[in-house]
Design a protein around this ligand. Structure first.
Ligand code: FES
Length: 93
């Protein structure tokens, strides 16, 4: 299990390694909003405070969407597009 801290919700939860972050967020009642769940709308852009290296690498679609929203600074991810492989701390974008 890995630890996922949702700083915006003052909540830390355990998640199975390899879990989809969209599932971790939704199943634990996080306030992260989701729209398309397909890496296009940008609704789920989230700041990665620490542990970015513990998330799966962004694919071309996610990279393109982050760039479109000006969030391609290496500290933001689309939670609908990544899986978690180690401890991570998230916050509002
Ligand atoms: S919910 Fe649309 S990009 Fe993640």
């Amino acid at each position: 299990m890995v630890k996922v801290e949702f700083a915006m919700d003052e909540m830390t939860v355990d998640a199975p390694e390899g879990a989809k972050m969209v599932d971790v967020a939704k199943q634990n009642g996080s306030s992260v909003p989701f729209g398309c769940a397909n890496g296009v709308c940008g609704t789920c852009i989230t700041k990665i405070v620490s542990g970015n290296e513990n998330l799966s690498a962004p694919g071309p679609r996610e990279s393109q969407t982050l760039e479109m929203f000006g969030a391609d600074d290496g500290t933001h991810r689309l939670l609908c597009q990544c899986t978690v492989h180690g401890d991570v701390t998230l916050d509002n974008p």
